[in-house]
Design a binder for this molecule. Structure first.
Ligand code: ADP
Ligand code: MG
Length: 251
């Protein structure tokens, strides 16, 4: 279990995260949902260990990790912009981390992951020859071969759309379940958060607005921010889809 206890983070005198406390169970998929600038990436970076925590603590399976360096935490992230190596091909990107830590994944495990992510036919391609969705899957594979104890994903679907988005969403779900992986996904899209995860953490201006199962948030939103921002967005989406269909029928 990952425990965040009263975490505070400021940048240049501005409080960015204000007294964040929550637990994430082993194998659970949690979304961090909030508007742009609400502190989502900062929270992910604190868990990963690339950003220091000002106050409060981070405990994983009973061990205090607050001051433990990133490399010793055993967590791993897929950055929002993928951060792939442009001079290496897809396969070389996927297996890059294994050079320093050989044996973390066996050859068979790497091959299995390649198939699970549908990357077999793209392995010798250069990064610039890949589509957004393919890059995203390579980034996911590169992180997964390192067998992170916790998988962190920063807006993994935001650069994708339509069918590809749905397909990658399904793959993330499948992989997380197959490997019983604790996964934390940052998103600003309520629909994504509510359909993908076991629990959703909603943050607004650096504070927790609500933390609960999707059905709890939909049926019992804690406050007006959630009602207005989150549920309205879903409503707008539904109305857009509805008007699309109406156009289709009358055209
Ligand atoms: N390294 C930094 N230095 C100063 N301010 C930062 C830094 N990182 C983030 N911030 C500020 O913290 C706030 C939250 O940023 P971020 O966590 O990236 O939000 P989100 O991911 O929810 O869009 C923003 O106002 C941002 O400008
Ligand atoms: Mg962000």
């Amino acid at each position: 279990m990952l425990e965040l206890k009263n975490i505070v983070k400021s940048f240049g005198g501005n409080v960015i995260l204000d007294d964040i406390s929550l637990n994430i169970e082993e194998g659970e998929m949690v979304s961090i949902l909030g508007p742009s600038g609400s502190g989502k990436t900062t929270l992910l970076n604190l868990i990963l260990g690339i950003t220091d925590i000002d106050k409060g603590s981070l405990v994983y399976n009973g061990r205090d990790l607050t001051r433990v360096p990133m490399e010793q935490r055993g967590f791993n992230i897929v950055f929002q912009d993928y951060a792939l190596f442009p001079n290496l091909n897809a396969y070389q990107n996927i297996t890059y981390g294994l050079k320093n830590k050989p044996g973390i994944s066996s050859k068979e495990e790497v091959e299995e992951l390649i198939d699970l992510l549908g990357l077999r036919e793209h392995l010798t391609k250069k990064i610039e020859q890949l589509s957004g969705g393919q890059k995203q899957r390579v980034a996911l594979a590169r992180t997964m071969v390192m067998k992170p104890k916790i998988l962190l994903l920063d807006e993994p679907l935001s650069a994708l759309d339509g069918v590809i988005k749905e397909s990658i969403k399904d793959r993330i779900k499948t992989i997380a379940r197959e490997y019983h992986l604790t996964t934390i996904i940052v998103t600003h899209d309520p629909e994504e958060a509510l359909t993908l995860s076991d629990r959703v953490l909603i943050i607004n201006k650096g504070k927790i607005s609500q933390y609960g199962k999707p059905e709890e948030i939909i049926n019992r939103p804690d406050n007006s921010f959630i009602r207005e921002f989150i549920l309205n967005q879903l409503e707008i989406k539904r109305n857009n889809i509805f008007s699309l269909f109406q156009c289709g029928l009358t055209a």
